[in-house]
Design a protein around this ligand. Structure first.
Ligand code: HEC
Length: 145
């Protein structure tokens, strides 16, 4: 049994908000949540826990501990467990308001709908905080000021 499985077994996943029932659109439903609540610590400027949410490939790579999104399995995804606060003593975002039940439901639906090959990510684009424009470049270097 991996450390991850052992940890997950101790969690009460029945406390997770249910997934939203809408068909999730990444740009409309998900990116704004990540941009507002997560990019400040996991974006172009800073990568706390070695995790970056603004570039798909890097988000899928996960944190210093490995994958935090398991496509098709939102309840088992560390990302969801942390924002829903079922992990004792740990919560994301680490500062600021916790995510609402509705926001967590959307994140769950986003991960669950990645099942069966359906692409809920916007192809191989780079997500850039604060813009709706999505470019094709691979990871953007931190902005110079
Ligand atoms: C104020 C800074 C801050 C914000 C905002 C923030 N995080 Fe984090 N995050 C951290 C730090 C620091 C770590 C590494 C230490 C840790 O794991 O607690 C981390 C680690 C993580 C990890 C990896 C945990 C692990 O054990 O590998 C996940 C998943 C995560 N954050 C998700 C999120 C999500 C999703 C959001 C937005 C809803 C978010 N974080 C917002 C600071 C932040």
């Amino acid at each position: 049994m991996s450390a991850f499985t052992a940890l997950a077994a101790d969690l009460d996943l029945s406390k997770l908000p249910p997934p939203a029932t809408v068909t999730v659109d990444f740009a409309r439903d998900i990116q704004p949540i990540l941009a507002k609540n997560c990019y400040s610590c996991h974006g172009a400027q800073r990568q706390k826990g070695e995790l970056r949410w603004d570039v798909k490939a890097l988000a899928m790579h996960g944190s210093e501990h490995g994958a935090v999104i398991l496509p098709g399995h939102s309840a088992d995804s560390l990302m969801i467990q942390l924002v829903a606060q079922v992990t004792p003593g740990r919560v994301m975002p680490a500062k600021g308001d916790p995510l609402t039940t509705e926001q967590i439901g959307l994140l769950r639906a986003w991960i669950d709908q990645a099942r069966s090959g359906r692409t809920v990510w916007i192809r191989s684009v780079t997500w850039i905080a604060g813009t709706t424009g999505l470019s094709n470049q691979s990871p953007t270097p931190p902005r110079q000021r």
